[in-house]
Design a protein around this ligand. Structure first.
Ligand code: AMP
Ligand code: MG
Length: 576
């Protein structure tokens, strides 16, 4: 059966909520409750002290075959597989925050054992590598079995806070799901995944994490733009970390094959392991679970729209059941605010995955998930109602996000819809850097009494940095934005918030630093020459994306003109 849901148009909407400034406090409280001292938590552990609890492979059905032959895997959630050994691995970078999640010390991360483990050369006791089976809709079409073609799971760690973290190597060799590809990854896409996972975390966006980035010492052939110009590139492996890597497509594959028993096993496992607060699986709990997936997915999209992130390949196999950003491929960051922009060259024709479509596509993907779990519920109406939860959560989240982005107290229905709509109509009129625009808007501080005496030009002064082409600022444009800025300042005045408070609020949700496309490319260019300093510098910079970092102003500047049409900066392919 196919649910026929009428998607509400979210085109050109944005969204969001705040990042997580309270996270440390929550952690501190949790640690106090379970009686761990700060010393014990500061990552003093070694690889040998990791506690593995490989529940996924213990509780779910395995593929009986253990060869690495490419195949259709029936009635199984995963296949056991071994990472390929590599000749001359070299550590490029690691994330100390992700290491701390695993209780790993800095000393461990800098050891040869760590490098050998996280390129897949030597597996410490407790690791049981496997690749999972999943399917997916790619660009709107059912693609059948996909699976972890080049991702190899190492097992699940229970850390000292009793959190479960699954470890996964990306690019460590082919699996039974590799289809016609080689199971490898190149340095450029691995740098992008590593840096962006960590940048997103520090921005407060739900995401999978990255522990390490290493070169394999081997060359990998890629035809970057699929135009008959293959090149050898350095191979690399990223170790990703997440509570679970289960995707919408993990459920779809079993539904598509009528393997309802395995579908139920995976759903029950997921609820017990990742949604334990919902209680024992039942028809009612499946629905509550789906509603929660709708809510967390809406929350994630709201965050993407807040920071200007475009995933680029929102296929259902790239949608996490936990509402985490997953599978960093040809993603991009909005520079000039253009809702129709897609970073993915494969998507350039249809623009299915452009910035402004993301809310609508997430809903489409949730409809596919609803179809997949229908055999467990066998009722259409409650699934449709759950899908409405997505729409409501998104709209609510988007409103809250806009309130925060503009530094307001609360949403005022009489004025604010119009205020937000007009702003989003103005932003794409001329090339406007989204990140700089919101940051500079916080600086605007005008006495309301004098608003009518100030010229549009003076009013716009703080925003000038955000414009790419000053000649586009016509009289008509200046009048329109001048009118909007005056309405905005009057609206702010109604709230009676001080300029200082408004700036603080806005700067807590509007980042100063994001992983601009050209910055990632500069780090890649250097890394390909054996210089990893810019990878390190960006990793450090993006630890504090909301703070002013006075010696790093250059990284907050507009995209330079040379990057406007350069491959890797403005257009990316799926080749990775
Ligand atoms: P992606 O577009 O990265 O989400 O990948 C889609 C599917 O292709 C997934 O099943 C991946 O595991 C698989 N895949 C992508 N690149 C490779 C590769 N180089 N080797 C094997 N499988 C791959
Ligand atoms: Mg994928």
């Amino acid at each position: 059966m196919v649910l026929n849901i009428n998607l509400q148009k979210h085109q050109n909407c944005f969204a969001d909520g705040a990042h997580e400034p309270e996270k440390c406090d929550i952690d501190t409280i949790q640690n106090a409750i379970i009686g761990l001292s700060a010393k014990e938590l500061d990552g003093s552990g070694t690889l040998e002290s990791l506690t593995f609890d490989n529940r996924f492979t213990r509780e779910l059905p395995a593929d009986p075959a253990t060869t690495n032959q490419r195949r259709q895997v029936i009635k199984a959630c995963y296949s056991f597989v071994h990472p390929a050994k590599v000749a001359a691995p070299q550590l490029v970078a690691y994330s100390r925050e992700t290491a701390a999640l695993l209780d790993l010390s800095i000393e461990t991360c800098e050891s040869d054992d760590f490098l050998q483990a996280f390129v897949g050369n030597h597996l410490p006791a407790g690791m049981e590598p496997y690749a999972t089976c999943y399917g997916g809709h790619q660009f709107g079409n059912w693609a059948g079995q996909l699976g972890d073609g080049r991702a190899i799971n190492l097992g699940e760690i229970i850390n000292q806070r009793s959190e479960r973290w699954a470890l996964q190597l990306k690019g460590a060799g082919p699996t039974p799901y590799a289809r016609t590809a080689d199971g490898l990854a190149v340095l450029r896409s691995s740098v992008r995944e590593f840096l962006c996972s960590e940048a997103m975390f520090h921005l407060g966006v739900p995401t999978t994490r990255a522990l390490s980035l290493a070169l394999t010492g081997e060359q990998v052939e890629r035809d970057m733009f699929y135009d008959g110009h293959p090149k050898l590139e350095p191979g690399a492996v990223v170790c990703r970390v997440a509570p679970s890597f289960t995707r919408f497509g993990s459920f779809q594959i079993f539904a598509s094959r009528g393997e309802t028993e395995v579908l139920k096993q995976l759903a029950d496992y997921t609820i017990r392991t990742d949604f334990p607060h919902l209680g024992a699986p039942s028809q009612k709990v499946y629905l509550e679970w789906f509603q929660e997936v709708c809510r967390t997915t809406a929350d994630m999209i709201v965050h993407w729209m807040r920071v200007g992130f475009v995933h680029g390949v929102m296929n259902t196999d790239n949608m996490s059941i936990l509402g985490l950003t997953i599978d960093y491929g040809p993603y991009g960051w909005l520079e000039d605010y253009d809702p129709n922009w897609t970073p993915n060259t494969t998507d350039a024709g249809g623009r299915r995955y452009c910035f402004g479509n993301q809310p609508q596509i997430a809903h489409w993907n949730l409809v596919q998930l609803a179809n997949a779990i229908y055999p467990l519920i066998e009722q259409v109406e409650p699934l449709q109602q759950a899908l409405d939860v997505y729409t409501q959560s998104f709209q609510q989240g988007w409103q809250t996000m806009m309130v925060q982005k503009l530094g307001l107290n609360t949403f005022e229905p009489d004025t604010d819809d119009a205020l937000f709509t007009e702003l989003h109509a103005i932003l794409p009129l001329v090339e406007t850097d989204m990140t700089i625009f919101f940051r500079r808007l916080a600086v605007l501080d005008v006495n309301v009494e004098s608003l009518n005496d100030i010229s549009d030009e003076t009013l716009m002064t703080p925003l000038m940095e955000a414009y790419y082409v000053p000649e586009q600022l016509t009289r008509e444009y200046r009048t329109r934005i001048g009118y909007w800025l005056r309405s905005y300042m009057r609206r702010v005045c109604k709230d009676n918030t001080s300029g200082k408070t408004r700036r603080r609020r806005m700067n807590a949700v509007n980042p100063k630093y994001v992983l601009r496309n050209y910055l990632a490319q500069l780090a890649i260019d250097k890394a390909e020459q054996g210089d990893f300093s810019l990878v390190d510098e960006l990793l450090e910079l993006l630890r504090h994306p909301y703070d002013e970092q006075h010696d790093k102003e250059d990284f907050a500047k507009k995209r330079p003109d040379w990057a406007r049409h350069r491959a890797g900066c403005s257009m990316l392919s799926c080749s990775s």
